[in-house]
Design a protein around this ligand. Structure first.
Ligand code: AVJ
Ligand code: FE
Length: 440
């Protein structure tokens, strides 16, 4: 994948764009058109906004910038500018109706494939190795994950179904944690062709010895924190987190409720008992951080997470994924909305890291303790609004990807970020601890 000829790159770009569009179509055709224009939550856009925004970004980058074409519909740019209009206000905008939005996105796509056909995919950084096409495929898949979040927030009967993910295939119990020996490793990338600006450049980072959970924290473990009064004990909470617990009366992850002494959750329109063996989902950074403190542990830093996911102690190299440099497969990771939920903790033996850590890629986004900051040598590319404007202490980094992210937008170096109060995203976490003197 790292050194492909032009035809290989072109077909990879066509496939990435086509996969994204198939998913967008599924997410916007499985409910009636009236549900596309509705506001299911003030946290989210109407689905039809995402749909036309996907087309508009593609028009701006692939048709106008790469292709040098005239604007198809310059008058709608501002409606679909995410910075001009906060999500809560988007239902009041003069949005394209569902049929118009579909036609617009389809027309843009037809022309974008023409541009791709005529592009050398070499030379200027924007087109080199098909970058702009990969960036737009990632953008669409990111909005597909956003739309899946909207589906999860939507009330009413289930609109989506998928087979359950695989259970752990071995009876062998994993150790709870493993030691990641201290030393330098290469963080970030300068060679992954479709890596986004915030993943660059590769740089040496020293990470002291630490222990990391071999799996994400499960709902069952999280219930123990709840049963021990975790939500009523200020000791475990960062001060702003404690303030939100008090203000909103939080006592469980989003979508959970107690009935007759049992914890249930609403998951894509189905109410079910909380799945004890699955990674906990829909917790904020504050909840993840509080659980970790209660457990006598902490969240991993972003550098610790990436070292655990990429460093190969045998060669000293950083791998693209925990299992090596090969692309994801259904045996290695739960990605791409193939399943509508994370797999039970301990699944995906074929995806484990050299040190035996599982489910780093796929299943749930994992909160890290780190603020979203640029790497040394960072340069915004191709636009400041992708990541640069979000750098700072307000956003926390999430790593690894969820069941809802497509493989085109997920790799060992991929960085996601959000506000620490956010719970609607498909986020969980695992915990870490410093290695003591006698444990090395
Ligand atoms: C990287 C997921 C935080 O959805 O806000 C989509 C991705 N950027 N359109 C987001 C994105 C512009 C972004 N995240
Ligand atoms: Fe966007």
């Amino acid at each position: 994948p790292l050194d492909m000829d032009s035809e290989g790159l072109r077909s990879r770009a066509v496939m990435a764009l086509t996969n994204a569009r198939r998913r967008t179509e599924l997410l916007t055709s499985c409910v009636e058109d009236g549900e596309l224009t509705a506001q299911h939550s003030p946290l989210m856009s109407p689905l039809v906004w995402d749909l036309a925004h996907i087309g508009n970004q593609e028009e701006q980058w692939l048709l106008r910038t790469v292709g040098g074409r005239e604007a198809l519909r310059p008058e709608i740019d501002s409606v679909y500018d995410a910075f001009e209009h906060p999500r809560a206000t988007r239902p009041t905008l003069p949005l394209l109706a569902p049929a118009e939005a579909r036609a617009y996105a389809a027309e843009v796509r037809g022309r974008a494939l023409d541009v791709l056909e005529g592009s050398p995919l070499r030379g200027a950084p924007l087109v080199d190795a098909g970058f702009a096409f990969g960036m737009i495929a990632q953008h669409e898949q990111q909005h597909d994950e956003t739309m899946l979040i909207t589906h999860q927030l939507r009330r009413g009967p289930a609109a989506l179904t998928a087979p359950p993910p695989p259970a752990p295939e071995t009876a062998r119990r994993l150790p709870d944690e493993v030691l990641v020996p201290g030393g330098p490793f290469t963080m970030g990338t300068s060679v992954e062709p479709w890596a986004l600006d915030n993943e660059r450049p590769a740089h040496a980072t020293f990470v002291p010895s630490f222990f990391l959970d071999t799996t994400p924290v499960t709902c069952g473990a999280y219930l123990e924190f709840m049963a021990d009064g975790g939500y009523a004990d200020a000791r475990w909470w960062a001060s702003e987190g404690w303030a939100t617990v008090r203000e909103h009366g939080l006592e469980a992850p989003l979508f959970w409720r107690q009935e007759g002494g049992q914890w249930l959750r609403r998951h894509f329109g189905v109410v079910e008992p909380v799945p004890l063996e699955e990674p906990v989902l829909h917790v904020s950074w504050y909840e993840a951080d509080a659980y970790a403190r209660w457990a006598g542990r902490r969240l991993p830093t972003e550098a610790e997470w990436e070292k655990a996911a990429r460093h190969d102690p045998a060669t000293g190299r950083s791998l693209r994924y925990p299992w090596g440099d090969a692309d994801p497969t259904p045996e290695r990771a739960n990605l791409g909305q193939r399943h509508l939920r994370p797999a039970p903790a301990g699944a995906y033996a074929a995806g484990e890291s050299p040190l035996g850590i599982r489910q780093l890629i796929g299943d749930v986004w994992e909160w890290t303790s780190s603020d979203f900051l640029p790497y040394p040598g960072f340069a915004a590319f191709p636009y400041r609004e992708y990541s640069e404007v979000f750098f700072g202490p307000g956003h926390k980094v999430l790593r690894g990807g969820s069941f809802a992210v497509d493989e085109v937008a997920c790799r060992g170096t991929f960085r996601n970020w959000d506000l620490p109060v956010r719970r609607q995203i498909f986020a969980g976490f695992r915990t870490a601890r410093d290695a003591g003197e006698g444990e090395l």
